[in-house]
Design a protein. Sequence first.
Length: 543
Amino acid sequence: MTITTHQTTPYAGQKPGTSGLRKKVRVFAQPGYAENFIQAVFDVVEREAGSTLVIGGDGRYHNRTVIQQAIRMAAANGYGQVLVGQGGILSTPAASNVIRRYKASGGLILSASHNPGGPDEDFGIKYNIANGGPAPEGVTEAIYARTQTIDRWLAVDAADIDLDTCGSVDVGGCQVSVIDPVADYADLMETLFDFAAIRAAVADGLTMAFDAMHAVTGPYATEILEKRLGFAPGTVRHGVPLEDFGGHHPDPNMVHAKALFDTMFDPDAPDFGAASDGDGDRNLIVGKGRFITPSDSLAMLAANAHLAPGYARGLAGIARSMPTSAAADRVAEALGIPYYETPTGWKFFGNLLDAGMATICGEESAGTGSDHVREKDGLWAVLLWLNILAVRKISVDELAREHWAKYGRNYYARHDYEGLPTEQADALMAALNGKLASLPGQSFGPLTVATADSFSYLDPVDGSTSANQGLRVLFEGGSRIVFRLSGTGTEGATLRVYLERYEPADGYLDRDTGEMLADLIAAADAVAGIVAHTGRTAPDVIT
Ligand code: VG1
Ligand code: CO
């Protein structure tokens, strides 16, 4: 088959952010835009001739168009085999699993994750390496550099394949196999968790609601929760993936998954509630009348993970992103295992997981996962919770109270200021950065600054350094405010302000989070001049 060399010129700004390249669909739909980026990936990533490439996405608008083109390009760039999820669907953790299981050299994950979808919304492309995890910074920087000099992309002249029927076809000498996106993943989950115990609890009356948010986890959750575990039909809500996620943001938090919250705070609530995001790597956990912050969920899962067969041998270590609360650190200390603090973004966990230094990882943004794949994994977290609840026969609320009574409680919230003019956000961060050195000793209301710095990470495995990963203001007594700019948005800048207050086990364990954080919220504005810089008097989203 003929390989055509398409002449092209670089597009500015094809720099991967926290998790791949994310832009508006109309940007991605420009002639050669997606092709330039994909060719840049193929030009720089290491692989042997005839390697396997995995392709899958979260089903959002533009997914199929890019997949068909990526298949033609993979064939022209010497891949011997492409594995693509049926319907173009692969959740991010399932894609990670397929890469590992079939020893692929890497994969393209087409997703903008929690960002909205549709013709006027967002699209994204992320490259994962052979360990199944997001490409580390060295690789994403090389890809970006290549996008700036690219002058051609290659594709075989072949028609679109049938993405909806499982089976193999030859595309220009490359074997393209459309695979069941769910089966391998569901089988992996059965090896990690005590499905029999969960099934028994369900038979005993355990009920749940899972909101798939019209995103990628619908088919996975239906297969695992309803078919394999026996939860009642209808347990999975919004289970059909839609190109525009039904017009909502597929972001599982109190704002965008409000319907689930309303269900769980109703007197007739089921025992357990959960949701996942666009690409299935995030999780929301809410018990009957009890929201569990992602940071607490990481800590509670780590403290109880040994109750699941996959973790019965114990944990090697726990890793969390820097803005994630220190709740998990206390569990690690109690277990006598090391803990690690990494920059935001799952790519920083890969080395720790590969080296066997950490078993469980988590982020405050509702990402939790383990060494079973190299991505965060929404349904994995849901199943670990179910496993723990089934074995311990207690409610989410009881488990949370017991945890806090032992370890103390890290009250936590994140305030997001979205769609800020980039100059304003940059000016705020620059001004704060400039005064960090003068902050120690200064008081803001009842809070006195102990230390303040710009977070820099030294990877203990490969020795690489990642600087400027967020500004930290730490107060005496363990409270903390972190400021950083989002690296996943597609319009303007988003300022994230992370607020954390620690209450020891003999402190106030059952207070309202907003009240407990009020002094920190006031301090955040006093320290960073949020109102002065942005004119915003309140955040757009509180999670
Ligand atoms: C956000 C979260 C971060 C997460 C990233 C990708 O990044 O804060 O914790 O890893 O999204 O998640 P940022 O740079 O916007 O703060 V996903 O589920 O959107 O791939
Ligand atoms: Co996601």
